[in-house]
Design a protein around this ligand. Structure first.
Ligand code: C2E
Ligand code: CA
Ligand code: CA
Ligand code: CA
Length: 285
């Protein structure tokens, strides 16, 4: 059995790296899809939370919810492995809804316990974003959980621009009208067009970790980071640097004018209870 799951895992890896079309045909992947279909109901999905902190005071400015799948046989499966399958099969829609509800409930719980975390960020994949019921489901979840919309931040990627741009912009406005904030994730890696930054009602740019990681060594990456920070400031967006792994990264980014950090140097994604511990420790420091 273990060997079979191991081979599934390898199959997934091959599939995510090489050939997405394989997923339709391999029985192993169909079975993994079935496992994924039941994962939420079986309580195998879990959210971890990674702090975003102020570059100067180290105050917590938010928490990004990151999904984890604890497979009964395969153990922890990386989102990089199962999110693509969830996207391709459409399972991302119910899973994404589960993630959103879960993150909102957690945030309500934290606020009730006096943890005044400014906001929780939830990743939204393109497929979810394009689902006609998406905006309504966000509104419903906010109402049902009682979370103030301003406490919810949605992280989208540039790939939402790969389809119908007019429609994408309309959806973003509908979301903003609900009162949530919007972040552009992995900025600079995808469908980068400076043009859409004019029309997108977004609040935050998240500089992709590949630029951040290399900025200390490579002057070109450093130039890109500086340019994104300046661009964001001039357009009135806030900037988050992802993948801040060392104090050198932090010092450099601070000098470049980046105000919010996220990365292993501050904390890895943490189970909700440990995030609580992190929050309280920060207050004592
Ligand atoms: P992402 O949204 O860009 O999330 C950041 C990823 O970088 C996370 O990986 C996080 O653990 C990792 N990370 C954070 N700080 C550092 C650092 O200092 N160094 C390095 N090397 N990595 C760092 P994770 O949790 O494995 O998630 C991977 C991707 O899967 C996410 O990338 C996101 O695209 C997707 N994902 C995760 N959770 C969800 C979800 O609930 N819904 C959707 N649609 N996608 C999700
Ligand atoms: Ca993200
Ligand atoms: Ca990212
Ligand atoms: Ca990413």
């Amino acid at each position: 059995d273990i060997a079979m799951y191991q081979s599934k895992k390898n199959a997934v890896r091959r599939y995510t790296v090489y050939d997405p079309s394989l997923s339709q045909s391999t029985p192993e992947l169909l079975s993994l899809e079935n496992d994924l279909r039941l994962a939420a109901a079986r309580g195998e999905l879990e959210l971890y939370y990674q702090p975003k902190v102020c570059a100067h005071s180290m105050d917590v400015q938010g928490a990004e919810a990151l999904v984890r799948w604890r497979h009964p046989v395969m153990g922890m499966v990386n989102p990089a492995e199962f999110i693509p399958i969830a996207e391709e099969t459409g399972l991302i829609v119910p899973i994404g809804r589960w993630v959103l509800r879960r993150a909102c409930l957690q945030m309500v719980r934290w606020l009730r316990n006096g943890m005044d975390i400014p906001s929780v960020s939830v990743n939204v994949s393109v497929r979810q974003f394009q689902d006609p019921a998406f905006v309504v489901s966000v509104a419903q979840i906010l109402e049902e959980t009682g979370l103030s919309p301003s406490r919810l931040d949605l992280e989208i990627t540039e790939s939402v621009m790969s389809g119908d741009v007019t429609r994408a912009v309309a959806i973003l406005h509908e979301l903003k009208d609900l009162g949530v904030t919007l972040s552009m994730d992995d900025f600079g890696t995808g469908y980068s067009s400076l043009n859409y930054l004019k029309t997108f009602p977004i609040d935050t740019l998240k500089i992709d970790q590949t630029f951040v990681r290399d900025a200390a060594r490579n002057p070109k990456d450093a130039a890109i980071v500086t340019t994104i920070v300046t661009l964001a400031q001039n357009l009135g967006f806030s900037v988050v640097a992802e993948g801040v792994e060392t104090s050198d990264h932090a010092a450099l980014l601070r000098d470049m004018g980046c105000h919010t950090f996220q990365g292993y140097w501050i904390a890895k994604p943490l189970p909700a209870a440990e995030f609580g511990g992190f929050w309280h420790e920060r207050l004592v420091l």
